[in-house]
Design a protein around this ligand. Structure first.
Ligand code: HEM
Length: 423
């Protein structure tokens, strides 16, 4: 047994009440070994400082600036996938989406063209997948909650090399870019829309707790939190579109009615249009949550809707995935149905009852960034390729739960170029 009692919350009402009042994620013991101490696992004052540093990088004003990179990356992705087009072979799409997300995020957060090799991106992606597996094991194994036992466990299981691999790329990027940004910063007047690296320079000048190591960890934790979750959602969405051909056709028509074959997507296209595609993405988030579980420590006594009292000092496992698949909320929760996210269906449920980005002070700061970048990635792929798959349906046994839901079958997609004239 673990050192503290654990309570599991799986209903929207309970989760919502609790998360809105409680900001202590209590991941510190587990994740500091992998990724230092920064936004994901910081507590109290230090977490507030991390959040203040990071929030502006995901404001609507900044996201507007990221569209060039989103477009550039998605065209590059379509080009890479040409290798598999019209071959009849299936490609596991997850790795391509993940690498594209990593490259895009680096460019957006540094505000500069990427100076990272494909191999470095590949290595980070592989290490991240293994680390997420390790962190999930830590969260769901109460006997590992002790700091000392967890350190010994990591050493005995040979994880130290993996930790080094995960930390290498973000540390390199921050070191290189901070140096450049320091010079740039001195020569610039105030500008409210700076990239994250510029904000880091500013933070360093005002607050000595923002050491270079801490900033490397902030960057690493952003890269870890965002890239795989978005890639998982885009992979599952493409798989669903490949299985549900009628839905794919509707999505394709929605895209082609809006943009030409070579047009870049604008923020207006993505924010105010392509609503049906967004329904598909949100329904996929609900059924295959990229962050299916999170953990808190109750800081004070909490009273739930049915008057259940949660005492201070308990560990709370928040089962986001179970709440999102509750039959009290969705008529047929285990059937993939984009109509669950029509305007009318959303209006019939409590506000913010779709918990994929969580709620409360520690909810995802980049939900908007995630949705827009995934929408663009999928719209770009579907306007160029027809997708199909050997998988007829994803059954519960085909899935596994780590931090997020993953497919044991991978994400095999067959690509057929829609317009043969395009190169
Ligand atoms: C589909 C994509 C994504 C999903 C489903 C997702 C989901 C979540 C969830 C559920 C949480 C809160 C967990 C909790 O309450 O304990 C969270 C937090 C977080 N997410 Fe996301 N996320 C996604 C993409 C991103 C992206 C693209 C980034 C950044 C590049 C990002 C950065 C973060 C950070 C930094 C936190 C921690 C916030 C804090 O502790 O204050 N996420 N995310």
């Amino acid at each position: 047994m673990g050192p503290k009692p654990i309570l599991v919350l799986k209903k929207f009402d309970d989760i919502s009440i609790f998360l809105n009042q409680n900001s202590e994620r209590n991941l510190t013991k587990i994740s500091k070994h992998w990724a230092g101490e920064a936004i994901l696992n910081n507590k109290h004052v230090e977490w507030k400082k991390s959040r203040k540093l990071i929030n502006p990088a995901f404001s609507s004003q900044m996201i507007e600036k990221y569209f060039d990179v989103f477009n550039k990356r998605s065209f590059a992705l379509v080009d890479k996938l040409k290798l598999y087009a019209d071959t009849g072979k299936e490609v596991d799409i997850h790795k391509y989406l993940l690498n594209s997300n990593i490259e895009g995020l680096i460019e957006n957060l540094t505000g500069a063209p990427i100076r990272t090799s494909e191999k470095e991106v590949d290595d980070f992606g592989v290490a991240l997948k293994d680390v997420l597996h390790g962190v999930a094991r830590g969260i769901t194994s109460p006997w590992l909650y002790s700091d000392t036992i967890y350190s010994v466990y990591l050493k005995l299981t040979g994880n130290m090399k993996l930790i080094k691999e995960l930390n290498y790329l973000p540390a390199k990027i921050v070191r290189e870019n901070l140096k450049d940004a320091n010079e740039k910063y001195r020569s610039e007047t105030a500008d409210s829309s700076k990239c994250l690296i510029d904000l880091m320079v500013k933070a360093q000048q005002k607050d000595s707790t923002f050491t270079e190591t801490r900033l490397e960890h902030e960057f690493l934790q952003l890269m870890s939190a965002g890239t795989d979750a978005s890639a998982l959602n885009a992979s599952f969405t493409l798989l669903m579109l490949a299985i549900h051909q009628d839905v794919q056709q509707k999505v394709y028509e929605e895209i082609t009615q809006l943009v030409g074959e070579h047009d870049a997507f604008t923020s207006d296209h993505l924010s105010n249009h392509l609503k049906y595609l967004e329904q598909c993405i949100r329904e996929t988030l609900r059924m295959y949550d990229p962050v299916a579980v999170t953990i808190r420590e109750s800081q004070k006594e909490h009273v739930l809707k049915d008057n259940t009292i949660i005492p201070a000092g308990m560990y709370i496992l928040i089962m986001i995935h179970l709440a999102n698949n509750d039959s009290a909320m969705y008529e047929n929760p285990h059937k993939w149905n984009p109509e669950n996210f029509s305007e009318q269906a959303i209006a019939g449920r409590p506000k913010r009852s779709q918990l994929s980005f969580s709620v409360g002070p520690r909810s995802c700061p980049a939900s908007n960034y995630a949705i827009l970048s995934i929408k663009l990635q999928i719209a770009q792929i579907i306007r160029h390729y027809h997708v199909s798959t050997c998988i007829k349906e994803l059954k519960p046994d085909d899935l596994k739960m780590e931090i997020g839901i993953r497919s044991k079958l991978g994400y095999p997609i067959r690509l057929t170029l829609r317009k043969k004239t395009r190169t």
